[in-house]
Design a protein around this ligand. Structure first.
Ligand code: BGC
Length: 477
């Protein structure tokens, strides 16, 4: 058999697979799942527009400290950690589809509740400790929704996606996250535009939260139209249903083949978390921790200050939103277009280098107390590097590297670590900046270099592999 024959044969199989595939259907159900990502972005960023009003209305009015203000702004993160932790249990008990539906309900509740924390127990216009507690309660509830969605949306997409475009489809979820962040900035801006500060502080901030019911409601309704994932259906022994979903996505012939492969992995392997060794779990955790330790969320908070210091004055935040929004979107698209061609590892390693370069440069400028256009350029280089690599691909890998039987539990552990690391970095940032701003950025630079070494040495390439092939990947290690 000649090499040419083999190549032609291989190409024909791929073309056949693609012809039979119902791309429109696949794309539509993927988009529904990415609404989980959109709400992840929306609900983490909504606070940025409402935070000053919360401070005036609920904190300062009662003479409470800035510490309580800080805790209130970040309380949702506690919920995110909880949501991440329970995601495995929820996604295995309810299934992926119902777990996503649960998040949509949590998103609706947090939107209504955070905007009306007085509901049932208190009177509007009379801020009290009780109202503050209820506000935090609803924010934590929303955080649980975010934590759950952050784990289950990528799992859902990964479990419906054909292997050759899985990276692309899961990366769409990161696009939805940054898009959600951008949308809520505009929504908050639209609500506050032309209004008096008094109105914003008493009423405007409520609408910012309540606006979340629109994407959340849409998510709940559209979820009724999507199927459960074939991998979950197979896990609970519903092979007929799994086959139907696979047929709808991949066509008759390919579906049978995939189901057979899934069956083998489901029946042969045990559901013990360490059934495939400790390495896979450690790799999952380190992917998560590094995605946060490189300092992305700090860069996102730091960007507005740079814009302010550049004297862009009143419109600074809008300018910043548009510029960073564009950088985020464009570079996430680069990842979407390349992740299945170039592979996960090269992109991650390239991103790590770009981030290290950006952070060391920002650190050096901070040492010399130079702030201005150069800092902004390096922040953009840093953020662009993250968006074309660790932003989307970390989620791609977390949703695909774990074998079918342990995916739910293992993703939950990784995602809980991700949110805990996010909390650690965000909460230590102000104190670290007081000690040394240059040193702080250089530390994130060091983390970026370590993330490069970690990917190089420990992360296997998963491009084009089916989820069923992941098992052999780990057994070999
Ligand atoms: C990260 C978040 C980050 C978001 C937007 C996600 O991949 O997990 O921590 O805020 O991207 O940059």
């Amino acid at each position: 058999m000649s090499l040419e024959y083999l190549v032609n044969n291989y190409n024909q199989t791929i073309i056949l697979k693609m012809k039979e595939r119902n791309s429109l259907y696949l794309f539509s159900i993927t988009l529904v799942a990415t609404l989980g990502g959109l709400l992840f972005g929306y609900d983490t960023a909504v606070i940025s527009g409402a935070e000053k009003s919360i401070q005036a209305y609920l904190i300062k009015s009662q003479g409470l400290s800035s510490w309580i203000h800080g805790a209130t702004v970040s309380s949702a993160l506690i919920g995110c950690i909880i949501g991440g932790l329970i995601s495995g249990w929820v996604a295995s008990r309810l299934g992926r589809k119902k777990a996503l539906f649960l998040t949509s309900i949590l998103f609706i509740l947090t939107a209504l509740g955070s905007g009306n924390p007085e509901f049932l127990f208190f009177t509007k216009g009379h801020p009290s400790i009780g109202v503050l507690i209820m506000f935090n309660f609803y924010r934590i509830l929303g955080g649980i929704g975010i934590g759950l969605a952050s784990a289950v949306s990528p799992i859902y997409i990964s479990e419906i996606a054909p292997a050759d475009i899985r990276g692309k489809l899961v990366s769409l979820n990161q696009f939805a996250i940054v898009f959600g962040i951008l949308v809520v900035y505009f929504v908050n801006w639209g609500i506050a535009k032309g209004q008096t500060l008094e109105w914003i502080n008493s009423t405007g901030w409520r609408w910012m939260f309540v606006s979340g019911t629109i994407p959340a409601g849409l998510f709940a309704i559209l979820l009724l139209l999507v199927p459960e994932t074939p991998r979950f259906l197979a896990l609970v022994g519903k092979y007929d249903k799994a086959l139907k979903v696979l047929q709808k996505i991949n066509g008759q012939e390919r579906a049978k083949q995939i189901l057979q492969e899934i069956k083998t992995t489901v029946e042969k392997s045990s559901g013990n978390l360490f059934a495939f060794g400790k390495t896979v779990i450690i790799v999952g955790i380190l992917l998560s921790v590094f995605q946060q330790f490189v300092g992305i969320n700090v860069a996102m908070y730091y960007a507005p200050r740079i814009f302010e210091s550049m004297g862009a004055a009143k419109d600074a935040s809008m300018l910043q939103t548009v510029v960073m929004g564009l950088v985020n979107a464009v570079f996430t698209v680069i990842a979407i277009l390349t992740v299945d061609k170039w592979g996960r590892k090269p992109l991650l390693m390239l991103g790590s280098m770009g981030m290290a370069f950006g952070m060391f440069a920002i650190g050096a400028l901070a040492f010399f107390k130079v702030i201005g256009i150069m800092t902004l350029i390096f922040i953009i280089i840093y953020t662009a590097s993250f968006m074309m690599s660790w932003g989307p691909i970390c989620w791609v890998l977390i949703s695909e590297i774990f074998p079918n039987k342990i995916r739910g539990k293992a993703v939950a552990i990784a995602v809980a670590f991700m949110w805990a690391a996010n909390f650690l970095i965000s909460s230590t940032y102000p104190a670290m900046m007081e000690i040394s701003s240059g040193g702080t950025y250089c530390l994130y630079g060091v983390m970026s270099i370590l993330s490069f070494i970690f990917v190089w040495k420990m992360v296997p390439e998963t491009k084009n592999k089916t989820l069923e092939e992941m098992e052999s990947l780990w057994k070999k290690l």
